[in-house]
Structures are given as C-alpha cells and as structure tokens.
Write a protein that binds this ligand. Structure first.
Ligand code: TPP
Ligand code: MG
Length: 655
C-alpha cells in the first residue's frame, strides 16, 4: 500500500505518540497540553513498539515532543500520574507504558487508585501477540477456556474505559473514546488501552486528520433552575445547615464561590480529605475536617444539622463517620455534584452541576438569607476549643515531652513543626497510616492546592511517587511528603526517579517501628496490636514482641541517592526543615528521618468508624470491644427519606 498526501505511514506506537502530543484540554478559556509526558518501564512488550516511537519522538523534539520519564516501579508511575492530575485539577495528566505481564499488572493498584479518586490517567499496558503465532510467549497467562483473555483483562473493572487494539484500524476510535473519558468530569478515572506487542510495531496508513490538534473542553454543567429553587426553599427553612465540602470543590475551582456563599449565609463548612483546604484555616466558617477523623467543631455541627449541603463529595464512610455523623432525626440532604451517581446519596435533593456554577446560582437564590447570629457564635466557640487542642498537640507540655524516650518526638510535634515552618503554598502529601487522619484533623491549610492526602484508596506507597507528581505539576512549591516507615518500605523506589530527574521533594520519614495506625485500630477492636510491630520473633513467646529490628531507613534513603538529614530533637527538626527548604529546586530528594512515639495520639474526634469486631471470641479484649461496637452500630442511620421541599419550605416558614 502506498501512502497518499492525506495519509501518513506510521506504526501503531508512533501514531499513539503523535496523537497524544496533539491533545489539549481547555476550561474557562485556558488551554493546556492534556499530556505532560509519558512515564514508562520497558520490557519485550513495549521496547520496540511504543519504546521505538518514544525514542523517535525524543530525537525529533519540536512541537510533537512528548517527554519520556523512566520510572522504577509501574505501580508508582501510575501514582505519580494520578497525583499530577490532582494537582492540575484534572486538566492535565500523563500516559504510562508498561511491558507485558508483571509490568502491566503492577499498574493495577495505581489504576484502582486513579478510578476511586476519579483522577484521569492513561494506561498503555502491553499485551501478548494479537496474531498468537508464537504463543505462549514469555509472561503469557494461558487461559484454557478463553484464547482472547490476557492478564490485562484485569484492568476492565478498574478502568472507566477499556479497549484492546488487535488491529491498527481500531486505534482511532479507541483514542478518541479514551480522550472523551479522561476529560469528562463525570466519567473520568483510569483509562486503559491494551496494546499487543506485535500490533504496537505494525505500520498503517493513517489519515492525517487523526493527528490534528484537538481541544477537549472540560465542561461546567449549570444547575437546573428548578433544582436550585427547591434547594433554596429547603435551606431557607433550615435552622442549623451544614456544608460538607469534598474534592469536587477543588476540581471545579469553586473555593472563592464557596467562601462568598458561606460568608453571606453563615453556613459552616466541614471538609472531607479530598475537600480539605476548601476554605483557608482561620476563616470564620471553616470548621476543618468532618467525620471519623474530623474536628470536634465540625462533628458537633454535623451531628445537629437539619440540612446538610454536600458539595462535590462522595460521602465516604470516613466523611459520614460510617453514617453516624448526622443525628438530627429529620436531617435532609442537598447534594451538588457533577455526577448524578453522587447526588443521589443519602436520598438527597439532586443538583447535578459544576460546584462553582451551582454555588453561584444557589447564593443568588438565597439572597437575604443567613443563619441566626447564635449559629455563627456557636461555630466560633466550637472552633476556639478545637484549635486550642491543635495548638497543644503541636506544642505539647512537659507532661508529654518528659515521657518520651531520648531522641524521640511525638507525631503531633512533627506535623506542627512542618506546618509552621513550611510556606503557605507548600504542599503536604500523604496517603496511608496514622498520618492521614492526624493531618485531616490537625493540618492548617493556607492555600487551595496545599493539601494532598490520597484517601480514596489510602494506598501505602503512594506518598513518594505522589509527591514527585505534585512537584512536577507545581514546581514553584516545596512538597513535603509525610511517610511512615511501613509505607516507605513498600515503595521507596521513586527516590531514584527523583534523583534522576533532579526533582526536589522533601520526604519526612516518620519511623515508629511498625503500624501505629493499624496497631491502635487493632487495640481499640480488641485485637491487641497483633502483627503490627516491626520486631524480632521472641524465642520464648514465639511471637513478634522481641527487640526492635536493626533497620536503618536513613541509610537506605542515602543509598538511593537522596540527601538525608537525621533529627533527634525538635530543634534539629526545625533546622532540618529550614535546610531542606534552602536546597535548590534541582537538588533532588531530601529525606528528613525522625523517630516518633506511636503511643501518643492526636486529640479525639468524638466520632466513629465502622470496622466489624468478632461477634464471638475466646478473648476478653475482643468481647469488650464487641460491646462497644454494638453500641455504635445502633446509632447508624440509613438516610432513606426522600428530600423534597415541604409546603412549609415553599411558604418560607422556618421549621
Ligand atoms: C497497600 C496497602 N496495604 C495495606 C494497607 C493497610 N494499612 C493501612 S495503614 C497501614 C500501616 C502503615 O504503616 P506506616 O506507614 O508505618 O504508618 P503508621 O501507621 O505507623 O503511621 C496498613 C498496613 C494499606 N492502606 N495499603
Ligand atoms: Mg509506622
């Protein structure tokens, strides 16, 4: 076949690279490249297909340039891409290429994380031969009952879009479908195009128009007027309304609209993990975190709320304290979300819309409405009480400090020092362990993009690659990655990527010799911290309660090329933070190693999280925990009553 002037002969891999380099997203009149680049790890599945295409692209440079970055672990590269997308408000992301078999299945956890958190990431797992002539190839899963099944079919339930390119002709529609999903705020998540190794290298005459620049406008759907009118009627009759701000507030860039809405109406705001920072710390309506890891201020207001306005929230169990957060028997919900899937939760009144658009419309419809002055006063009182507890956690007195072993700090002190010595725009990154809950409660957020805790999938190992993604997305902010010893051990690998790409991130490695989080949880559930300590198996007991392990994670980080600072006192920590901040932007990763006492806890949330306890047991500890579990369980609410304006609401009568 010869190519005419309207076609170009390229391999499937070359066509993908050329296509991706020409995709743009646009919102509010601002355009940006949809793909910052392509992350990858090569093996026989992609080295000569997509790998050759990326090489050719790199050597050519120019407008089509799609930078290639070599990662160390495929799961980590998907985390990096997801974190990047989150920091960019979902307007930009990365593609990820992996080899056949383990290279590709390593991406599954990252894929689930992206979809759970609704973050756009493009995955290009390599697949076994479409022609099947050489089967079974290295790393092929042979399924006796299905010749067309491969390990990559495991991506299907984790992806919002999945396709496999068995013939070049299938590529254009797959690419267009993938871009549609990546840039749609409702559908977005992980998008997978599986690429058989032979097809990647196969040539085809592509119509040139496939490679035209394409701009994908990210929608801001407005609310239905009737929904806004109903919501306004319901809110006008509320005595103690309460807002739950979720990640949708950030993705929509609705912070200013939310602030204006709260200031006029006086409605207080509680934030989910993804929504934290929707209002800056210190704003009169900012009650901080809500739910299982919430502040006592937000949780008290949530408990008594008669109308809950959910904005861009999924209402996860942490946010609703496993459906115990809202205890007014007649509580009603008004839910604003781009996804109808979420607006329907808790039988709420559904406002399917962009958060910024809906808040602006609702603010106008509520003209003249404000909560009673006592409601504002209560917020101020509750917040003062909570903030004093935070202050005492950041700066504990001798009654705590004097009990600490030499060289050991509390986790609250560490969070406090980092918070106070970082710049307001610096970003804190975390994902799993005890720190996400503590950060949710304690961290004082001063900028809309300064808080990045991945708590949809809460994936140990996300922290370091996630922090690198944030830094690449926002290179003029310092990034503080708070990582526990358990999470660090799962995935320190991308420190090497940060060294290679000269990406500065400041990792605060909190060593407490095991799982503080799951240890405390285990204890509270009667399971006695079983299996949560990094200790030798004791010869006498046969259990993991011997001496601490002789591990040196500081040396480990140093061996991976990071600059390491070990601290053993608050003063040393202060100096380390300042020194780390002074390191130049191309100075690579810095690791501050600090040891903390896992028995000192953050202040309590007056809240609960549903984790089932064994109903029968030989252990007293478990039997006692079950009693307490049953009590909490009894306060769970289903929230099934439909929310619609009553005649009283319509008449503008307070209930
Ligand atoms: C990949 C993964 N495996 C298991 C878990 C369950 N889990 C949550 S926190 C945690 C322990 C984290 O330990 P560490 O990082 O040391 O933090 P710490 O609890 O000590 O603060 C575990 C095992 C998880 N969230 N992610
Ligand atoms: Mg730990």
């Amino acid at each position: 076949m010869t190519a005419s002037a309207t076609t170009i002969r390229l391999t499937v891999g070359q066509a993908i690279v050329r296509f991706l380099a020409n995709q743009w997203s646009e919102r509010d009149g601002v355009r940006q490249k949809l793909f910052a680049g392509c992350l990858g790890i090569f093996g026989h599945g992609n080295v000569a297909g997509l790998g050759q295409a990326l090489l050719q692209n790199e050597l050519a440079g120019g407008a089509e340039h799609l930078p290639y970055v070599l990662a160390r672990n495929e799961q980590a590269m998907v985390h990096l891409a997801a974190a990047y997308a989150r920091q960019k408000d979902r307007l930009q992301t990365w593609a990820c290429t992996a080899s056949i078999g383990p290279g590709s299945t390593n991406m599954l956890t990252g894929t689930a994380l992206a979809t759970v958190n609704r973050l756009p990431v493009l995955l290009l797992p390599s697949d076994t031969f479409a022609t099947r002539v050489s089967e079974p190839v290295l790393q092929e899963l042979e399924v006796p009952y299905g010749g067309d099944l491969t390990v990559n079919d495991a991506f299907r339930p984790l992806s919002r879009f999945f396709d496999r390119i068995n013939r070049p002709e299938q590529l254009p529609s797959a690419l267009l479908g993938a871009m549609r999903v990546l840039t749609d705020p409702v559908e977005t998540g992980a998008v997978t195009i599986a690429l058989p190794q032979d097809v990647q290298a196969e040539a085809y005459d592509w119509p040139l128009e496939l490679f035209a620049e394409r701009v994908w406008r990210v929608a801001r759907p407005p609310a239905e007027a009737a929904d806004i009118a109903d919501a306004a009627a319901i809110i006008r009759s509320a005595r103690q309304p309460f807002i739950v701000a979720g990640g949708g507030v950030h993705y929509s860039g609705a912070e200013a609209a939310l602030r204006a809405f709260c200031e006029t109406t006086g409605i207080p705001v509680g934030e989910s993990q993804a929504g934290k920072g929707s209002l800056p710390h210190g704003h009169p309506q900012a009650m901080g975190a809500v739910g299982s890891t919430g502040t006592t201020a937000a949780n008290a207001l949530a408990r008594d709320a008669d109308v809950v306005i959910g904005i861009g929230t999924r209402y996860s169990d942490f946010t609703t304290a496993s459906r115990t957060a809202f205890q007014d028997p007649a509580v009603r919900f008004v839910n604003i979300n781009v996804a109808r899937f979420d607006t329907g939760k808790h039988a709420g009144l559904s406002i399917v819309a962009d958060a910024r658009e809906a808040l602006t419309a609702l603010g106008a419809a509520l003209d003249g409405y404000a909560v009673a002055p006592e409601h504002r006063q209560r917020q101020a009182r509750l917040w003062r009480d909570w903030d004093a507890r935070v202050e005492a956690t950041y700066h504990p007195g001798p009654e705590v400090v004097d009990t600490l072993p030499a060289g050991v700090l509390t986790q609250g002190m560490v969070l406090g020092r980092v918070n106070e010595l970082s710049d307001p725009r610096d970003v804190v990154v975390c994902a799993a362990g005890s720190m996400p809950g503590d950060l949710h409660k304690l961290w004082r957020v001063r900028d809309r993009k300064a808080y990045h805790v991945e708590y949809g999938y809460s994936c140990m190992g996300y922290e370091i690659p996630g922090g690198i993604g944030v830094r690449l997305a926002d290179p003029d902010r310092d990034v503080f990655i708070l990582v526990g010893d358990g999470s660090y051990l799962m995935m320190p690998t991308e420190l090497v990527t940060a060294v290679q790409e000269r990406v500065k991130v400041i990792v605060v490695l909190v060593q407490n010799h095991g799982f503080h989080s799951i240890g405390s949880l285990s204890e509270s559930l009667g399971s006695q911290r079983f299996g949560t300590r990094y200790r030798y198996r004791d010869d006498a007991t046969g259990r993991l309660d011997g001496a601490k392990l002789p591990i040196d994670l500081a040396a480990n980080a140093r061996s991976l090329g990071a600059t390491v600072i070990e601290v053993r006192s608050p003063d040393e920590l202060d100096r380390a933070i300042k020194d780390a901040k002074a390191i130049p932007a191309d100075g690579g990763p810095v690791v501050i190693h600090v040891e903390t006492d896992p028995t000192v806890h953050a202040p309590d949330s007056d809240s609960w999280w549903d984790v089932p306890v064994s109903q029968v047991s030989e252990l007293d500890s478990t039997r006692q925990a079950y009693q307490s579990y049953a009590t909490h369980k009894a306060s769970q609410r289903l929230h099934l009553a439909p929310t619609e304006p009553t005649p009283d609401d319509q008449a503008g009568e307070p209930r």
